[in-house]
Design a protein around this ligand. Sequence first.
Ligand code: URA
Length: 281
Amino acid sequence: MIMPDPKQPENIEELLRFYAEAGHDEALSEEPVNRFEEPARKPRQKAERAPVAPASAPQAQAVPQRAPAKAAVPDEQQAMRARELASEAKTIEELHAALASFDGCNLKTTAKNLVFADGNPAARIMLVGEAPGRDEDLQGLPFVGRSGQLLDRILAAIALDRTSAYISNVIPWRPPGNRDPSPLETEICRPFIERHIELVDPAVLVTLGNPSTKLLLQTQTGIMRMRGKWAEHVTAGEKKIATMPTLHPAYLLRNPAHKKLAWRDFLEVKMRLDAAATSAE
Ligand code: URA
């Protein structure tokens, strides 16, 4: 793609379209910020002179050394730190604070807000989507855009709302331009959502779409074959949580003919919740 010349006023519209297609779909501030810039190095106190090698010594090959970038780049160490932090959290509030202070995922550098959860953490049902989009990033709440509105209508159809359901995502920061999170980014965020589910301890978990189903049910099978059948999410403490995989609301917006499949899945969920409520009486 050739970048339009920004100095030509007639190219402005074309330039904005170019940015939008590249994933830059909103202006967050007046000035551009390079979030991956390396921190300014302190000036050296006094240059030390390297010992002069004897003329006959073999010359070492100069290997350029780059200082590690300050911006967090996902790596195995960050995944380990995420696992430690998540397992140390004893309450949902502690987990929220741990995630807010965690700098090990580079998605945080481009996101505007942490999107932790919405709804009632004491609810018997927890729903987990993939990652926040633009609206969720701006509001810091999951499922508040178009797919969130559809999710609210689906919940209302089985007499639930955000006071009786709890909603979160596998990834708590918006991937830039809504790109798919990388496997390493997902691996880094995974301990937090797993601990989140463990702390909420819902009677029923609903995974929305392929990525959360694959991750939380440890399967490679696609959502079309998984949906509608009860499965189990196993927590770190080995507790088995009844899980219903279903289609993602964003997919349903694109494929409205499949809403009837999601409807069947949510009727199953309702029956399970009703049965659990009756046996608890
Ligand atoms: N899609 C998701 O998976 N999660 C959101 O919060 C919004 C859209």
